[in-house]
Design a protein around this ligand. Structure first.
Ligand code: ATP
Length: 541
């Protein structure tokens, strides 16, 4: 996703923008020409207003058309930027569903980093269009009307790109450093908020405050460095272009004085010269915007490329009946991790059976469950639902087949009922949810407000809520991660008994260390044994 790639992918929109810029440039040149003629007619030749009216009319026409076209151009640039940002945010959203973005990077990527791409349309593209369309047009006109000015322009023109190339390297590293420090500041602030209770308990407010202040100062310094470079480069460009315009103006003025050129041409050139150098004067800003965009695009590309979990297009209604699940040669490594968590795993989970996965902490049970839920992409091997590869299913299809209940389900701001139905409002919801509440032993009124500003839930209640969601969704494959870890043994036994009838209608896979769950399950898999077992037979046992 380089800037050139972005422009290439949108070539139709970019061609239209070029066309608009061409008309804007013609209007700018037309207005300058008409203005010089009107000034000449009215002030030098003392023509009456009536006689000058056609030229004034044409001047107004060019000015008005230019305003309308410029408005259209800005509008198109704005929608171009919105389209690009929407595309990126959709990709990020997809990665988020796949749980492939570290949460500390999400906010920065979704807000600041994506917003930085706005500079493509607000700063880079307008300058690029002016450089590609307006400048050559004016240059041709200068050549045609005044060869001496054209030579001065050609001599001074390369100075700006050379200057930009010189400061380019410094800008790039400073911008990168600024983004890194912003990422650190965001992550540390987020971390501090999340751990505020721990910080209070251990009385570490001062140390954490100092750490935050240090990151904040580092970011301020990095930003000031970028601003200093931006200011210096803008100043240098302004100086060079202003001096060039001054030299050209003096040269044109002297020739006008000695009668070597006429007033209309001289005034026309003087009006056009600032327009000609405007893209170069603002080139500094565009250049820094490009450095920002380049850094932002790199950060986005790393995340999107690494975590762009492809999902197929396959849909299959027969899978509403619980399927057998077979894992063949499955391997998975987290991005940037040196070793795979799971390597060449083979397993079989029969339909309408409860399988309990056990294993030591950190062995990879949750990772396996996420792979089974299609939330993580396998590096190698496949997961078959009956004989259909899970990777081939469309995301919507997977969502109809699989319920995944994580160790600590997320509570949304809303009522208990909204949290169970995930904001689905069917007509028979209240009755259904009351039944589910009774079944899962969640003894709260269905309209209790939860989440920010609402009632807090205990760990056990959170887990019951996760199970309530599984009951509500009633999908054929149910994946549960430590569903009873927060319950007392008696409560756990009671809940498991209630779950039995539901569970045996599904292909249910549960991770648990608890004896009660292991006894409740039809089969037990020790993940360590699977990892080290040499043959398929042993692994299926
Ligand atoms: N997002 C991640 N990025 C990198 N490594 C990860 C990530 N999530 C987990 N891991 C690593 O993968 C390994 C397996 O983690 P996983 O959560 O699957 O283990 P687990 O068996 O479920 O552990 P527990 O029983 O403690 O929940 C661990 O070493 C962990 O550090």
């Amino acid at each position: 996703m380089r800037i050139t790639d972005v422009l290439y992918n949108e070539k139709q929109a970019v061609s239209f923008l070029c066309l608009l810029q061409l008309f804007v440039s013609i209007c700018t040149i037309g207005a300058a020409w008409q203005l010089s003629r009107v000034v000449c007619d009215v002030f030098l030749q003392n023509l009456s207003l009536n006689a000058a009216a056609p030229n004034i009319g044409l001047l107004l026409f060019f000015l008005l058309t230019r305003i309308i076209l410029q408005y259209l151009l800005n509008n198109r640039l704005h929608s171009f930027a919105s389209r690009l940002q929407l595309k990126i945010r959709k990709k990020l959203h997809r990665c988020l569903i796949m749980q492939a973005i570290p949460s500390d990077r999400l906010q920065l990527l979704a807000v600041e980093t994506t917003d930085a791409l706005d500079k493509i349309s607000s700063s880079i593209l307008p300058q690029l269009l002016s450089i590609l369309v307006l400048m050559p047009l004016i240059l041709i006109l200068i050549f045609v009307t005044d060869l001496q000015s054209a030579v001065i322009v050609l001599v001074t023109l390369p100075i700006a790109p050379i200057l930009l190339a010189l400061i380019g390297h410094k800008t790039k590293s400073a911008t990168l450093d600024q983004w890194r420090k912003l990422a650190r500041l965001t992550a540390s602030f987020r971390d501090m908020l999340a751990g505020i209770i721990t910080i209070k308990i251990f009385r570490q407010e001062k140390t954490n405050g100092q750490r935050l202040m240090k990151n904040s100062r580092a970011f301020t310094d990095a930003s000031m460095k970028v601003l200093r470079i931006a200011f210096m480069s803008s100043f240098a460009l302004e100086l060079i272009t202003t001096l060039t315009i001054a030299i050209l103006s003096v040269s044109i003025g002297l020739r006008l004085l000695y009668g070597e050129t006429d007033f209309t041409t001289a005034f026309f050139l003087l009006l056009l010269l600032p327009e000609f150098y405007r893209p170069l004067r603002q080139g500094g800003t565009a250049f820094h915007a490009a450095a920002d965009v380049s850094t932002a695009r790199k950060a986005l590309q790393e995340t999107i490329d690494v975590s762009d979990v492809s999902s197929g297009q396959h849909t299959d209604d027969t899978l509403q009946i619980p399927p057998d699940i077979t894992i063949q040669g499955l391997s998975f490594t987290y991005p940037d991790a040196p070793l795979p968590v799971l390597h060449n795993i083979n397993l079989f989970f029969p339909a309408q059976n409860i399988t309990c996965i056990c294993g030591t902490s950190g062995i990879g049970k949750t990772t396996l469950l996420k792979l089974l839920a299609g939330l993580l992409p396998a590096d190698n091997g496949c997961i078959l639902f009956n004989d259909k590869n899970l990777a081939g299913f469309a995301l919507e299809s997977r969502q109809k087949i699989i319920t995944y209940v994580p160790q600590m389900p997320h509570i949304f701001q809303g009522t208990l009922s909204d949290n169970i139905s995930m904001f689905e409002h069917a007509s028979d919801n209240v009755t259904k949810i009351k039944e589910i509440l009774a079944y899962t032993g969640l003894s709260l009124p269905y309209n209790t407000v939860l989440g920010a500003g609402g009632q807090a839930l205990s760990n056990g209640q959170c887990q019951r809520l996760g199970l309530a969601r599984a009951f509500y969704q009633d999908r054929p494959v149910v994946l549960l991660d430590e569903p009873t870890a927060g319950l007392e043994p008696a409560e756990e036994q009671e809940l498991l008994e209630k779950l039995s009838e539901f569970a045996r209608r599904k292909t249910l896979i549960v991770i648990s260390h608890r004896d009660a769950v292991r006894k409740w399950a039809d089969r037990e898999i020790q993940l360590e044994a699977v990892m080290s077992a040499p043959s398929l037979e042993v692994r299926y046992e």
